[in-house]
Design a protein around this ligand. Sequence first.
Ligand code: SIN
Length: 269
Amino acid sequence: MYQTIQVTPMTQRVGAEIFGVDLTQSLSAQTYDEIRRALTEYQVIFFRDQKLDHDSHKRFGRGFGELIIHPGVPSIEGHPDIVAIHADAQSKYIAGENWHSDLTCNEEPPMGSILYLHTVPEVGGDTLFSSMYAAYDALSDKMKAYLEGMTAEHDGNHVYQKIFKDLDKRYPCSDHPIVRTHPVSGRKALFVNASYTTHINGVSDDESDAILAYLYQHCANPNFQVRFRWKPHSLAFWDNRCLQHLAVWDYFPQVRSGFRVTIKGEKPV
Ligand code: SIN
C-alpha cells in the first residue's frame, strides 16, 4: 500500500510512526500522497531523527496546504507562520495543557499542525492524542441523534486573554457543528473541546454545561488515545479535524522546546 514510506501503527485506532523519509529534503509527489494517506488513516503521524531548520519545516508543511498565521500566539522573528513551543524553569503555563483541537475559534479551523521539538526533557513531556472518530463512534445512537444538527460556540477570547492579559484585543469566535464530517475520509467526528468551546447553541446554560461536561469526559477515554514519547528532533503531524491533543507538563523545571506550523483548513460541515 505504501511504496516510498514505511508506516507502523501505534494503536488499533489512532497514530502511526513513519519511517524511510528525510524531511530535510524535497519530497516527491508520491511521497506527499502517501504521507497524506497515512494521515487520513491514522489521524496523527510521527517522524524521528529529522533535524529541521525553519525553511524545511515550512516546505514540508506547505506540501499539505497554505500555512496560517496564529491569531493568538506571536510568531518567531522573520517567520510569521511559525510559533515557538517552549517551556523552561521560568514558564508559568505551557501551550496545550488542556484537551483541544487547534484554533477551533477560527471560522476555518486549521486542517493540521506540525510540531517539531529539538529539545525535550529526559523523561516526561509526552503529548496525548485522542481520536474524535472513535469518540463519535462510541456514543449511543440516542446521543448521536440528539447532537445531529446542533452547533456550539468556540471562543478564543477567554483562552488568550487569560494568557496575555490584553482585555482590549479581540480574538476569533465562531460557531461550528458539534458533529463534523471529515472532508477527506467522509467519517463523522465529535468537534467540541474543553479549551475553546463555550456553549451549545439553542439550549439552556444548564443543559449545555451538562452535555459538554459529558462529552469532554467521553473524549478523554484512554481507549481512543495514542501517547507520543518525544525524543530530540521528533516531529508530530496531526489532523485537527478528527483529533484532540493535550501536552503533559510533568517535567518542570526542565526545558522542552521547538516550533510549530499550522495548515489552513476549511469551514466544518
Ligand atoms: C500544542 O497544543 O500545539 C502543543 C502540543 C505539545 O506541545 O505537545
